[in-house]
Design a protein around this ligand. Sequence first.
Ligand code: F0G
Length: 459
Amino acid sequence: MRAYKSKVVSPIRLPDRDERESQLERAGYNVFNLDSDAVFVDLLTDSGTGTMSESQWAAMMSGDEAYAGSASFERLRESVADVMGFERILPAHQGRGAENVLYGALVEDGDYVPNNTHFDTTRAHIANNGGEPVDCPHDDALSGDREFAGDIDVEQVRALADEVGADRIPAVLLTLTNNSLAGQPVSVENVHEARKVADELDATFVVDACRFAENAYFVREREAEFADRSVAEVAREQLSYADALVMSGKKDGLVNVGGFVALRDDPALDDLHAKARERAILYEGFTTYGGMAGRDLEAMAVGLREAVEESYIADRVGQVQRLGDMLAERDVPVQRPTGGHAVYVNAAEFLPEIPAERFPGQALVCELYREGAVRGVELGSFAFPDTDRPELVRLSLPRRTYGADHLEHVAETFEKVAERRDAGEISGLEITDEPEMAELRHFSAELRPVREQETTTAD
Ligand code: F0G
């Protein structure tokens, strides 16, 4: 149950069907092009879309906007030290800014970088620095049988080292929770294993801590050793094995923008710190603000502490589970158990008549908007061309934002889509316009519906 009430509200509206149809058409059947005021329940992302607390808003008034030596930086540094256990931080405008700072300092041409699963921007920053990102999840990660499906398979990391040589692996990464793998958690035992393999390879061990509080909650619930510990204690424990963190504050920092790199206070990391500092100044801003306003540093300092409060995190993860349950009760094929920030729907199973080349995930995303002005995001063959990922649609819940009636609306919208599916009214899609970089296709490509009889002519 929510351990908070609303004090500031933001009106939303459900546009009528004609408006929804014309929005979809105008958007080229790409929901990134929709006007957000024509979206009723926005589950596009949990990143930067949450609601801040009164303490965060109050702290913003104390923002020290000094270019150097800001008191707000000091308050953020203390918060990171208390909540995450890291002493040295370099603020950045958001997570990918932090990735650019750290991975540019770590990765060189011809390197290989293993991770449980790379998030898109992580993958892009490794590649941008000449490295090869390598995903090492367990083969049966999404079988539903694993309590910690987000874990990294360290044997795959060792096999990679045997193949390319340990000296070509500058870092081992671990993403908590594993966003690209249905937001599934990673156990503390697995964090130990990843630390151990990084030591064997003499590599830097980096944790992407975007959703560290959600991960800690799962550990407390599922890993016997931690059953009696607080989420705050688990959060510190799971991060304590890392050399460095990259953090997007837009997730478990409970803010709308911001991020940072954190480094353990260890002389062995001094060189990396010096390199990262230079890059931070070059790309983000001076090291005591790094692309953030002083007021935003303040909001994140408070947000990090709130993220590990028991009442907050139980409600947060519980809400995602409830949405998963509501959809499963309506025979929607969802990934179980649900992850920490989103419910993932298998669109190929939900819309079996639509073949992969007609983008069943994107068709489902468009139908959810058409029937209920609900916005999700496709993470299947439309977003990731030339990979054999399952046709997933992600419904991410912004933090502290929607209530039970909104979840009910999403579930009812699925019912309406199922009715249209059963009446044979849902079409697949084809791309009419796409950007040069295939990796960025789902942000800006445009599509059009294709009825089955047209499919043969189109092919
Ligand atoms: N790492 C992970 C695991 C992420 O999920 C994200 C962002 C980033 C890094 C980059 O952070 O957006 O602040 O630059 N994920 C968002 C999402 C965009 O929708 O999952 P950022």
